[in-house]
Write a protein that binds this ligand. Structure first.
Ligand SMILES: [Fe+2]
Length: 448
């Protein structure tokens, strides 16, 4: 994911506004609408991971941010609106049915928001959720999760209704010119925009004229609910941040409810192979920086796990410095998780890393003593060095020898890059199809 501070352009001109589009590895998109004359901006559907970037971008270009808008209650990712609104003293905007705490303005259908002299019209568009709004400008429409590129949103939670979505699609989009640009709330194939004309010609959902048939198609074969949905809804509605740590018992409860794909295991490959949480993703502590986009693609709250909790906390600090939020450390690690009743998968019987360190350290101490007596007394320093290292490891809980041994070929035998036990939960942004627990509906079975 490109950091905004590194983004060379300040967005693209779209009618009277400039639009900055921020794609997230989870497939959702954050937008900034800017009036270049008044320098007023509006943030739309801000992902929690983008809060720092938006703050930096607004400051860098000397914009103001009077509005922060959620087009609807997000069930698949943490919203950054509460945090951003507070930081920038912006007016938070959402539909009255959203039940978000801290929202200061609930626009009705047809209300307008002003960025300088430029008008943004709010349209109530229930269907995906009851509280869904679409934003329309002179040249574009910010569709949230109604019309997606080649698809539409699912309608099976948060007051969603397939019939209402059919009506909203007609009411909001039917009268728009073909060249109107559509900015979707999600795209899982890395595409950024489409136009009304293209969607009219190619989107099977827009071509359906029979409401009952549309409803039947959309409600058949519903995809699984987004991971951690209940937790995300609570966090998004209450606007609170995800805690820095949770108890192992809470983690066990979350995993039992289906959040295994949100567990990021920062231990070594050999430890992971010996025992891990089903569905968890292995990203070793030393790989977190290089694989940060995989962390971003993991559904939040992201549960960081190690053996006892200390490496996970180190990992949280590393990732926090990269502006990644929604991280929570499982207190006590996998040992406490198991003790709290959490289900783990046992792997092949291998010598644990801890035992390997003990064997290696003991062997080096003995070798130093033997060589000191047989060859030269200076070689006693080897034993002293290893002993000092063990004391250091005991005091700091950081073991260089352990990290070195973890990189040995026999400890990396299965996979060079520590893949996930459930790659689907953290699909890369280039994947061609929507992840199964996404906000978009599946393709219709047939056209009519
Ligand atoms: Fe959504």
């Amino acid at each position: 994911m490109t950091s905004l501070q590194e983004t060379p352009s300040v967005g693209e001109p779209v009618g009277a506004l400039t639009v900055v589009s921020l794609p997230h590895p989870q497939g959702c998109r954050t937008y900034l609408l800017v009036d270049p004359t008044s320098r007023q901006a509006m943030a739309v559907d801000v992902h929690l991971d983008f809060v720092e970037d938006v703050v930096a971008l607004v400051a860098k270009h000397e914009w103001s941010l009077p509005y922060v808008v959620d087009t609807h209650t997000h069930a698949d990712h943490p919203s950054g609106s509460a945090d951003l609104g507070k930081r920038m003293s912006s007016t938070r905007i959402a539909h009255e049915k959203s039940q978000h705490e801290g929202v200061r303005r609930h626009p009705a259908d047809g209300d307008v928001l002003h960025l300088g002299d430029v008008v943004v019209t709010v349209m109530h568009a229930p269907g995906h959720t009851l509280d869904h709004m679409v934003l329309r400008t002179d040249a574009a429409v910010f569709a949230g999760d109604t019309l997606l590129i080649g698809g539409v949103a699912r309608t099976d939670f948060l007051g969603g209704d397939a019939g209402q979505l059919f009506d909203s699609l007609r009411r909001v989009f039917d009268g728009l010119p073909d060249d109107t640009i559509v900015y979707p709330g999600h795209d899982y194939a890395g595409r950024s925009t489409t136009t009304i004309g293209v969607e009219r010609r190619t989107n099977p959902w827009l071509q359906m004229k029979d409401r009952a048939y549309f409803v039947a198609q959309l409600t058949a074969n519903q995809p699984p609910r987004p991971a951690n949905m209940d937790d995300l809804l609570r966090l998004n509605r209450e606007g609170v941040d995800i805690p820095a740590s949770i108890s192992a018992a809470e983690a066990a409860k979350l995993v039992a409810a289906g959040a295994g794909g949100s567990v990021i295991d920062v231990r070594t490959r050999i430890e992971f192979d010996g025992e891990h949480v089903e569905g968890s993703r292995l990203i070793t502590l030393d790989q977190l920086t290089d694989r940060a986009d995989e962390v971003r693609a993991t559904p939040a709250p992201r549960l960081l796990l190690c053996r006892s909790g200390s490496r996970a906390e180190m990992g949280r600090q590393v990732l926090s410095r990269m502006n990644i939020k929604g991280l929570t450390v499982v207190t006590g690690g996998i040992e406490a998780f198991r003790a709290a009743g959490g289900v783990t998968q046992q792997g092949k019987a291998v010598m644990s890393l801890e035992r390997q360190v003990r064997v290696a350290a003991g062997g080096l101490v003995v070798l130093g003593v033997v060589l000191g007596f047989l060859l030269h007394p200076a070689l006693f320093v080897l034993s002293a060095f290893v002993g000092t290292g063990l004391v250091f490891a005991g005091v700091t809980n950081w073991c260089g020898m352990g990290l070195l041994i973890a990189k040995a070929p026999w400890n990396r035998s299965r996979s060079a890059n520590s893949g996930s036990a459930s790659a689907c939960a953290a699909a890369p942004p280039s994947c061609s199809a929507a992840p199964p627990a996404s906000c978009s509906a599946g393709a219709p079975a047939a056209k009519k």
